[in-house]
Design a protein. Sequence first.
Length: 281
Amino acid sequence: MARFSGKGFVVTGGASGIGEATTRSLVAQGGRVVIADVQEDLGMALVAELGDGVRFKHMDVTNEAQIIAAIDLAVAEFGQLDGMVNNAGIIGAIGSIMDTSADDYDFTMSILSRGVFLGIKHAGRAMQPNGAGAIVSLASTAGVKGAEGPHVYTMAKHGVVGLTKSAASEFGAFGVRVNAVAPGGTVTPMKSALTDNDVELITKSIAADSPLGIACMPQDIANGIVFLLSEEARYISGHTLVIDGGLTTGGAASPFYSQEAEVMLHAGQRQSGSMQVQRSE
Ligand SMILES: NC(=O)c1ccc[n+]([C@@H]2O[C@H](COP(=O)([O-])OP(=O)(O)OC[C@H]3O[C@@H](n4cnc5c(N)ncnc54)[C@H](O)[C@@H]3O)[C@@H](O)[C@H]2O)c1
């Protein structure tokens, strides 16, 4: 039997990038998905391509009634809501914090923060009677450290990591797991907008920053989301899974891992005149 056979999902922002890859993966493994997005043309094209297991709901994640309507559609069409992916996002306000207007702050937070809050709230409401379900929200490496994204984006994504922990604490009592995925730079339309939609340039730039030397693709993130939605993750909750090729754990290789490190060790021994470091050879 397919991994998600008979299961129903909502993927916000499911018409593009990471959300699209997640939708494709879920459907390929037997799941049925409501794509909840503002991009009607892209969403309807995916429905036409992927067939009966997919529905499109035109909705804005900042609008509570529209979030409820997308979840209600999944319950009506698929029997129940088994998984919710709070993925819709934008880069939002950029520039110095001193030049960021309160209106730009509100707009950015409404999508990246309020949208996730509402998604978690109403997915929990739909899942509680079933005593089961899994929610995955999109954070970012900007949600675990500074200078990985614009200020308001960074604030919102740290909030996603926090709400993931507190909601997991509440929802565990009725069998619902709540997790987040924190991607590093990933080749999607949102990211390539930063290079005037030059996909090759953004791909090279992400690869150049990565300790792995390759660019992260939407499927790399979808794989983590789908794992957290699956039964294999049944004991994982409140967790933020960073998927960035190791960038935030250390970035470029440290000089301590190079030939020069050997030189530094021996220089240290000469200076101290005694063996300060025990070697295992
Ligand atoms: N691409 C990256 O480098 C990267 C890195 C870290 C985190 N993320 C996060 O991953 C998520 C997906 O981003 P992506 O890179 O795939 O971008 P994307 O632009 O390809 O897809 C985002 C989708 O969200 C939809 N959306 C935007 N505002 C919406 C709203 N108000 N209501 C409903 N839908 C809306 C868009 O129409 C689009 O289909 C975002 O939350 C983003 O912050 C992306």
